[in-house]
Design a protein around this ligand. Sequence first.
Ligand code: GDD
Length: 364
Amino acid sequence: MGYEVWGLVRGQGNPRVRHLRQLVGDVRLVRADLLDQGSLISAVERVQPDEVYNLAAISYVPMSWQQAELTGEVTGLGVLRLLEAIRVCSGISASRSPGGGQIRFYQASTSEMFGQVSESPQNERTPFHPRSPYGVAKVYGHFLTQNYRESYGMYAVSGIMFNHESPRRGAEFVTRKVSLGVARIKLGYERKVRLGNLSASRDWGYAGDYVRAMQFMLAQDAPSDYVIGTGVTHSVEKLVDTAFSAAGLNWRDHVVTDTAFIRPAEVDRLCADASKARDELGWEPKIGFEELVAMMVDADTELPPAATARSSRPSPGNAAPGPRPGRPDVRPGRRRPCRSRRSGLPPGRRAGAGGSRRAGTAGR
Ligand code: GDD
């Protein structure tokens, strides 16, 4: 697409860097941390980006109860530091200067901001009622992005993204946890997968479609915020049913509900009204729910055995906080060698390099 892409990495000897290089070897890396204002200014100075996409956050909702302060620092104040880095490097003064600066900024806002929804489906005017420290921090980042646009005339926009998934999704999120669980059960490594609230509903779409929407948002003449989602919602139970059916299995034989994964406050049902994005950006999702779930199950079934065989047991990092009464007693699954030896990375998009536009992405 004619982009030279830079990724922001943090920490000393970060093990994810090697993984990143395998996945997207043509992305150039720059070191900085959302907790460190000076490092962000240095990164923006070095890369001189045309566009900055802030996809960085502590994004796993249960983690935000366990580390609420850190979530506020990274997911909330991190947006402030990044906007300040752009403002300072662009030479924008404290007074409003319409169209000031050349760097365009994208903030990854989220449907979690709607939380306990007051109307359905949700659009850009639906009030926010976040239900987690993560959602609260995202509301801060959302309004701050809007404020920098209004205060300094910066091209700064938010995409209010509903859940977007792919075979690269982290294993702690429910779609990937289910697709990996199905693969492990299908390949004989496990017999059960433990889940929390099966009645919650989400508007799940394909991440590649949503990245396209992000790019469209930064290519408009005038900056504006957009809801991005499919407009179709399904329960976790329907997700589970679809994923197990895709592998020829009956979910009722394998799914165990576990209170360890129930959240202190739940977002019950989300559904996007993305008509503004359709009308103004010409954006529409290309991949539907069934195709997405089948893609994820297929990708996990074809992973190398070492990746598929890893334990799926709850760990402090992926279980919800709070009491864990009455955990059902389930025998651990049998472990035997993988029957399929097909290998290959999950399908996914590769970032282009060497073009005239420079995009920085911040990912945590
Ligand atoms: N993770 C997880 N694990 N969720 C479960 C489980 C389980 O074992 N069992 C049921 N669920 C339910 C959760 O309670 C929630 O209602 C739903 O599945 C989706 O959970 P996640 O996949 O963890 O995603 P999320 O909706 O909380 O948040 C994701 O989407 C947001 C966009 O709306 C994250 O990617 C956020 O960072 C993002 O902002």
